[in-house]
Write a protein that binds this ligand. Structure first.
Ligand code: 7TS
Length: 409
């Protein structure tokens, strides 16, 4: 296995115990753990640089602004954006998608228009569009999932016509690990004049990302699933679309002039960043990206393929276990959902917790997908750079113990 084991020393939490066992953290699709480099960047900011950005006439405020804008530059570089101005800081993936829904969709959609989604979307790429559809009279249409847990493109031709104004798709499923057919959808969507929004919450942390290759018009992602702090994320947008797009929030920092009855907006990206931004979090996000760049995203991806391959192999040895997700490693990332016989996922997760193994159980904020898979919930193990084969072995031992506890052996 491409060995990233040495990285574990950077993550203080991995040295802790849970229920008397060394922690096996298998919930990185929810949020990743943070390396000391990110923790230090946040705490150094508060110790040495703390001031509000874009307003102070004093040195400390200038330095804070430089650090904040430096983080934006680094994040833009990480996704190969043309310029830092194409990167808008948001509170996370959810608020980045909401920004497009309110800033772009609300103005442009109307009766008879359609928003095309897929059945594997996270609620944060469903509910904002439902709200916008309700405001505008537009309707939602969905592409289904095929029996290999991939987005089913057989209905694409009938689903995608000039009524479709927005195509919103996940770059990687947080439930099944499926990599979304983003490039195919983007090409087809652009052919009918639709705008493409990619939910990159799982994709950007796990796959080397070049926005030029993705082919989307907007890409939403968040820091906390890629080693960074919570409370910060980004929306990348094509510069001409960001210019046209309305701000979804008004307030300080986002204006160039305010009169009694109207205002003019600050240049992009600031017109989308109303109020004091999460400064320390942005700096932590920059540090996370710097860390991932040092590891190298190609190495992140190869490690994920290897550990997911090992997990799928080991899980196949567990009787009564059904795994939901593509088998082909080139089509998937490291979120592995499963169901053990008819045991509820929460009960299973509770037994695994007794062994220090942290997995998520539930609908994973993807209820339409759960209904399609005809399960109320799944248990999910998800991997990141710090996971090692022994973590998978501990998961499998926990599952064997669960089979005993639930009387399956
Ligand atoms: N999109 C996808 C594909 C996600 O996996 C998530 C979070 C989001 C959007 C929303 O991100 P947020 O940071 O704005 O909340 N996914 C999960 C998960 O799988 N378990 O907890 C959060």
């Amino acid at each position: 296995m491409s060995d990233l084991r040495h990285l574990r020393d950077d993550f203080p939490i991995l040295a802790t115990t849970m229920r008397g066992h060394p922690l096996v953290y298998l919930d990185s699709a929810s949020t990743t753990q943070k390396p000391i480099q990110v923790i230090d960047a946040v705490s150094e900011y508060y110790k040495t640089l703390n001031a509000n950005v874009h307003r102070g006439a004093y040195t400390l405020a200038d330095e804070a602004t430089t650090a904040y804008e430096g983080a934006r530059r680094r994040i833009a570089g990480f996704i190969k954006a043309g310029s830092p101005a194409e990167v808008v800081f948001t509170r996370g993936t959810t608020s980045a998608i909401n920004l497009v829904a309110y800033g772009w969709g609300l103005e442009r959609l109307g009766e008879g228009d359609r928003i095309l989604l897929t059945l594997m979307e996270h609620h944060s790429n469903v509910v904002p569009w439902q709200i916008i559809a309700r405001h505008t009279g537009a309707e939602l249409v969905y592409l289904s999932i095929d029996e290999d847990y991939r987005v089913d493109l057989t209905d694409l031709e009938s689903a995608l016509d000039e009524r479709v104004k927005i195509v919103a798709v996940s770059g990687m499923s947080n439930v099944m690990g499926t990599i979304g057919p983003v490039q195919d959808l983007a090409a087809a969507a652009h052919a009918v004049g639709a705008v493409v929004v990619v939910d990159g919450a799982q994709m950007v942390p796990h796959l080397p990302t070049d926005v030029g290759d993705v082919g989307a018009d907007f890409l939403a992602f968040g820091a906390h699933k890629m080693l960074g702090p919570t409370g910060i994320g980004a929306l990348w947008g094509r510069p001409e679309l960001l210019e046209e797009m309305e701000p979804a929030e008004g307030g300080g920092e986002m204006i160039s002039d305010v009169q009694l009855y109207e205002s003019r907006w600050a240049p992009v990206p600031h017109k989308f960043e109303a109020g004091t931004p999460p400064i320390a979090q942005a700096i932590g996000f920059g540090a996370a990206v710097e860390y991932l760049e040092k590891v190298g995203m190609e190495a992140v991806r190869s490690h994920e393929v290897e550990i997911t391959g090992y997990a799928l192999e080991r899980l196949a040895e567990v009787p009564d276990l059904e795994v939901y997700g593509p088998r082909d490693l080139s089509e998937r990332g490291g979120a592995v959902s499963f169901q053990l016989a008819d045991i509820h996922a929460h009960d299973l997760a509770t037994v695994l917790d007794e062994f220090g193994v942290a997995v998520r159980a539930g609908h994973h904020c993807a209820k339409p997908l759960m209904r399609h898979l005809a399960v109320p919930a799944t248990a999910r193990a998800s991997f990141y750079v710090y996971n090692v084969e022994e973590d998978v072995d501990r998961l499998v031992e926990g599952l064997e113990e669960a089979r005993r506890v639930f009387g399956l052996v």
